[in-house]
Write a protein that binds this ligand. Structure first.
Ligand code: ADP
Length: 660
């Protein structure tokens, strides 16, 4: 008995499982049929292939369906364009229906997907008819504005998504722009537009403040433009929806061109409920997203395939969304802070500020001011640093000059003391010899020569000091005369030969021609002598000095070149400084004050010329004076004929000679 009961319960459980299985798969069976592994979908598009909105829906639908469909299920999607813009009369719709019946009689269509009001109206009138090959197929729709009322069994195999309500868009405009008292709705004359008209009228009671609604309706852009030209421009907004044609060739006007045409006629802000327009220069609005609608339908199909019951009637989801074009918002001065929270912004630059225009300007001004202040502070800081560096440099320079002066005084004392000592001791010895009658003439002349030479050294020193003071006070004058400079230089060189010979130095003078130019003969002599005395001083015994004078165009070049000890590269620019001497070691061997080259440079400068130095340590130095060649009208000063030997003697007084 117990066993019999167990068998009975088992049979009941098995029967229940079978019944349950058959009910859950009933809809899947309805769609696909037995063992059918291909899902055949027929999409009926209300318009033609160029309509952007429908294309967005199809894209969203196909992408989503491919993503979520069962892997072993293949898809077969047929697309038919009802194209109600071309014709929408009964005969046309009948012939379209006949075409579908013929075309699809042997194709086992599983799902009919109607896009927009036109297609859905067609499906309702022709497909829900037992004569149709698509009768009792699963029907889905999107983009439908007309209120859909499904009764009885239709609820079981018809479902879809309605377009968003228009009141959201109108309330958005009224909220964003409180000045607006009229909204002009630009629409075409197709079925969809008439539905929109009805929906707007019926949703007026939902507007949060009263506004005048005005329809500008035509299928042709030319008519729309003419009507727009007539409307008053103040406190009005435009809602652009629908698509338009050119009257001439009935071809589609691109959405961008429609918006641009409207903008040339009126400055009124342009909103839309059509997603495709948002990408073409309107401010934005509350729009249905085609891709979203398509993907909802795809999800619903998969839901049915899994054996679930369809959502009866209309899918509860809304594909509506607030969407704006960042650029247009600023162009039309719309307060960005008033935009609904969940708005989507298109064309927003990555780092753009989401602030109202006036606030944005203020922020920009404040930001620019801040940048200016920062730049100013940095600038001031740099200036201060530069100033302190400059002061530091000036201080260093002053310190250096001070040091040079101290060195100079020490050097000068030595310079003064040495010849003075020589003069004093020599004269004392001579005096002693004379007093003791222990002298001959030659001896006395030798002593006098020594006294003479050292007196000249003192005189040169004092002369240089006087000159340098004159330079400092700016009272150093030159007296120009037109003279053969070659002769002047040659005489000086010849007069210096003896001094070179004392050191066994070969002194050679070379020139090409006679060059007459205006110079201060005395000063040029001094300059050349200075260079010569340096060359002799700083050239080793047995060396050679080459003096050369030549003319090049309107300039005369005088160079004094030696193969002596040379000057280190880093010191070359220093040697013209007052009191500067390259190294102390030199001082020990050679006499000098460090003023000579400074005077040479001043003299050359007063003649409008310049001096160059080329030197290499242990190879020699070349000093090159370049003077302009020109004439003066008359001699500026009567020429004083001086004893050249005497001048040379004076300048060469610090050159080491054998007798010294
Ligand atoms: P100084 O009276 O010491 O010769 P200058 O102003 O004439 O003063 O020269 C400055 C320094 O330049 C010299 O002390 C020496 O160090 C260097 N100088 C000048 N002429 C030569 C040269 N021909 N060869 C090497 N060093 C030179």
């Amino acid at each position: 008995m117990k066993k019999g009961l167990l068998n009975y319960v088992t049979i009941i459980i098995i029967l229940m499982i079978i019944i349950l299985n058959s009910t859950t798969s009933i809809y899947a069976y309805n769609i696909l049929g037995n063992n059918d592994k291909t899902l055949d979908i027929l999409i009926i598009n209300s318009y033609d292939s160029k309509n952007e909105w429908e294309n967005h829906i199809i894209t969203g639908f196909e992408e989503k369906l491919k993503e979520i469909k069962p892997k072993d299920l293949s898809l077969n999607i047929d697309l038919e364009y009802l194209d109600i813009r071309k014709r929408n009369d009964k005969a046309y719709l009948d012939s379209f229906n006949d075409l579908l019946n013929k075309k699809y009689q042997y194709k086992d269509i599983d799902i009919v997907f109607a896009i927009d009001d036109g297609a859905f109206e067609f499906v309702k009138s022709k497909v829900l008819n037992s004569q149709s090959v698509l009768y009792h197929k699963q029907i889905l729709f999107t983009g439908v504005n007309n209120p859909v009322e499904l009764t009885g069994e239709y609820k079981k195999y018809i479902t879809g998504i309605l377009q968003a309500n228009t009141d959201q868009l109108f309330n958005l405009i009224l909220y964003l722009q409180p000045n607006i008292d009229t909204i002009n709705i630009i629409i075409d004359e197709f079925i969809y537009s008439n539905v929109i008209k009805k929906r707007v009228e019926s949703s007026k009671s939902l507007f949060f403040r009263p506004v005048k609604i005005n329809f500008i309706q035509s299928n042709y852009i030319e008519d729309i433009e003419n009507k727009l030209k007539k409307i008053n421009d103040k406190n009005q907004a435009i809602v652009l929806t629908g698509t338009f044609m050119y009257k001439s060739n009935k071809s589609h006007v691109k959405l961008k061109d429609i918006v641009n045409d409207i903008k040339t006629i009126t400055d009124n802000p342009i909103y839309t409920n059509n997603y495709a327009y948002v990408f073409n220069g309107v401010i934005g609005g509350f729009v249905d997203i085609g891709e979203h609608q398509g993907s909802y339908v795809a999800k619903e199909i998969c839901n049915i395939l899994e054996g679930n019951k369809i959502e009866e009637g209309i899918l509860p989801k809304s594909s509506g969304m607030y969407i704006f074009d960042y650029k247009q918002i600023y162009d039309y001065n719309i307060d960005i802070l008033k935009m609904p929270k969940d708005s989507k912004l298109l064309n927003k630059p990555k780092y753009a500020l989401l602030l109202p225009k006036p606030l944005k300007i203020t922020v920009c001004i404040v930001f620019s001011l801040l940048i200016l202040i920062v730049v100013y502070v940095v600038y001031k800081f740099i200036i201060e640093i530069k100033k302190s560096n400059k002061n530091k440099k000036l201080y260093e320079r002053a310190k250096e000059r001070e040091q040079l002066k101290t060195d100079f005084i020490v050097n000068m004392s030595h310079e003064l003391r040495t010849p003075l000592n020589v003069i004093l001791s020599t004269s004392k010895v001579a005096e002693l010899k004379i007093n003791t009658n222990n002298y001959d003439n030659k001896y006395l002349l030798g002593k006098l020569e020594q006294i003479n030479k050292n007196s000249n050294r003192l005189l040169k020193l004092v002369n240089n000091l006087i000159d340098i003071t004159k330079f400092e006070q700016g009272v150093y004058e030159i007296n120009l005369e037109n003279i053969n400079i070659v002769e002047v230089v040659e005489d000086i060189v010849l007069a210096s030969v003896d001094y070179a010979t004392y050191k066994n130095i070969d002194l050679v003078f070379d020139t090409e021609e006679e060059i007459i130019t205006a110079i201060d003969k005395d000063k040029i002599e001094r300059a050349i002598l200075n260079l010569l005395s340096n060359a002799i001083k700083f050239t080793h015994k047995g060396g050679s000095i080459y003096v050369y004078i030549k003319r090049e165009k309107d300039k005369v070049f005088i160079s004094v070149e030696d193969n002596g000890m040379g000057i280190p590269k880093d010191k070359i620019n220093e040697i013209f400084n007052r009191f500067y001497q390259v190294s102390d070691t030199l001082k020990k061997h050679e006499e000098g004050s460090g003023i000579g080259l400074c005077i040479v440079e001043e003299i050359v400068d007063l003649h409008g010329g310049k001096i160059n130095v080329y030197s290499e340590v242990n190879k020699g130095s070349k000093f090159e004076i370049i003077l302009p060649i020109y004439m003066v009208e008359e001699n500026f000063k009567n020429l004083q004929i001086k004893d050249i030997q005497q001048i040379v003697k004076l300048e060469m007084s610090d050159v080491d000679t054998k007798e010294n």
